[in-house]
Ligand binder design. Sequence first.
Ligand code: ADP
Ligand code: ZN
Length: 825
Amino acid sequence: MSTPDGRHCGRNSDSIPCLRVALSVPVSQTFVYAAPGAPGPAARVGCRVQVPFNRRRVTGYVLETLTQPPDRELKEVIDVLDMEPVFHNKMVSFFEWIAGYYLHPIGTVIRAALPEAHFKSAGLTKKGVTMLNRGLFQSGESAMLSWIRDHPDSRLPWPLKKVQPLKEKGWIRLETRVSKGGGIADPHELLFIRPTKGLELKAVLGQRRKSTAGNEVEFLTEVFDAGAVLLSDIKLRFKNGAYLANKWIKKGVLETVRIPVHTHPGGAAVPPPSPPRELHAHQQHALNHIRASLDRGTFSPCLLYGVTGSGKTEVYYRAIEHAVKLGRQAILMAPEISLASYLEGLFRSRLGDRIAVYHSGLTRNERHYQWMRMIRGEADLVIGARSALFAPLPQLGLIIVDEEHDSAYVQEETRGGPHYQARDAAVVRAKMENAVVILGSGTPSVQSYQNGINGRYHLLTMPDRVENRPLPGVELVDMREQRNGRGKKEMISLRLRKALGDNLAAGRQAILFLNRRGFHRLFLCRACGRSISCPNCDVALTFHLHEDRLMCHYCGFTCGTRVRCTSCDRGDFKAYGFGTEKLEHEIHTLFPEARVSRMDADATRRKGEAFRILRQFGRGETDILVGTQMITKGYDFPHVTLVGVISADLSLSFPDFRAGERTFQLLSQAAGRAGRGNRKGTVIIQTFNPDHYVVRSAMVHDFQSFFEREQDLRKKLGYPPFCSLACLKLQGAGKKKTETAVRQLNADLRTILRRWPRRGKEIQVLGPVEAPMARLKGKQRWQFLVKSKSAALLRHFLVEIERSSKWLRSEGVYLISEVDPYDML
Ligand code: ADP
Ligand code: ZN
């Protein structure tokens, strides 16, 4: 804590309350300011303020009101930006923990957590209009009122404290608006279309079948099925959506309506509630434990290890229900937005409107709206992806992290926000709020399972599928033996082809999983053999047929296919490898009668598209679903009887000590999609490594044997959870400059170690080495691995590094720390 730039130009602090403020700029300390002296909204904890800093105005967040003001003069807060706090008192320590643990400036942690900036606008009240017409006040006020009359939705050009008196007199109402609102009149209401009351689709189509052409039937079915759809959404999905909407509105079949956004505005159709059912013994046991913990109201971490299809979702639901009964709220996190939307559909049918949704797929308006509902206590349950970790619930009682093993819970450092592991941070948040946290998975992470064994987490096991449905049989296909007559490798083995054919003939559904997007993996120059790679990154460009372009999956760079080789300048290339796009084409060729759809980052770029693909598949309107890891997660499609894994080897070869763990999870999760209904499922895994222990264990659904092998390996090699590990990444723009910084930091690290003669030996610093992708988005990347058996010592060391490496930032080189938090409890 210190005063901003230390100059004595403010007021004396004894008489006025002081505020501890985190600034939204990259500095790690917090600062003390005097509360605004002039009348205006109070600067409470959780409000955003404008403060002077280094002769600039910056946004800050009030963390604390100090009862014991420091004995020096303070600068004064310029303006208070919020009428009501945007985060609770209780969240301050959580933000501070994230900042400290992941070595990130606190103000930028908070900035990244809050929905994007909003601003105040004002409108005249009836009384205000009367006053303005009568001209009964001072000229300053008159000018302000006229401006407000003429600019009803605009950002107020004055600080809030200046308009506050007008509000107190009842002449204006103040509103919070989101910056760049995109023309939506009210952030709470969006424009939907819906069928006119009393009309039935059959009747409409029956009368007009002749005049409905092209995709009109599909369009109308969509609207009638959903009940109401967001107009902007339907315009995205149907090229002629605007025309069709207009046409049918004119005919009186559809009508427009402004609806306050209570739902994910994909217009998610709410499935009817399924009848309450009896829990099976393992579910009941798990639930009893969770309920008892909730009743105690103390921190309690549980690992719910239930095989795929064991009915974890039902346990989540009942746990949430119990928390709500006790007057507390819950967060349910899913690793992916599409999975969050899917869960939202399931839960909305049972919990109704007291659900909030929060993830980065929402527009700014929606995010802001959902955030304010949460903070006002208008939601009992928040469903979202990793950013839901920060949901500002007043009485948080339960956090559920579904598919806890998923690496998507790791938030990479972006736009100045922190790097963090949302699952681990969820455990810490639960601890701070005296809440229960459930980490759920059919294939727990090695770390969480180890915590379950050593008693840090309470291990709850559900080893059987619901109604004793058998786990699917898994077959391996050795791809080393699969070559066609010309010696060319086939994408789909004969075995899988036959199984697909049989499955189709029986009228059942299949899922094909391939963890790579695009059509061809790379273009090789026929003359010199080099691949065409991204100018900004150390990776080959992938060919995408739909766009007819080469694309970089890391930075988004794209170019046309009429390129020349950067090494030899020839223009003749051969395409190698395949991705989901090619797989989809191949299936079309092999089974022209099958209805195929594809789900990957390309196919789901448009909002609502993932939801639509899943819904169609769920209704049985698609026979084969092709996709990346997106489709392996959590979904429950009872009619899927065949799952094909096109290549089990892709993730095995990753340069990461978790490659084996990740592959086991992917294979098991993919396999877990098969045979969830009454019929037994089949899984076919194609691999070049049929003897690998990961593939073997996945084949017989044996988590235990996988875990034991993995445990041995990690013990031997000294990897987590048997030691603490931090990866320090350095990232800078110029090659020379970055290398110099790396060398300097290396020297600094060694100096710190030498200063600790005894304990220094317990820390191992590996590196510097070039990071696995040495150039990414135009940045040079280096890394150090820091290991220690003592988590506390590692922590201490990292803090030292943070302190001594401040010079890096001024060199334009960034230090990112990724830590495995084993010491958090
Ligand atoms: P998991 O998330 O563990 O993979 P789900 O929660 O999706 O499994 O449950 C699998 C299926 O079993 C779902 O269709 C669900 O509705 C059903 N189910 C869950 N609990 C029961 C129960 N006690 N009795 C009958 N069916 C159940
Ligand atoms: Zn790139």
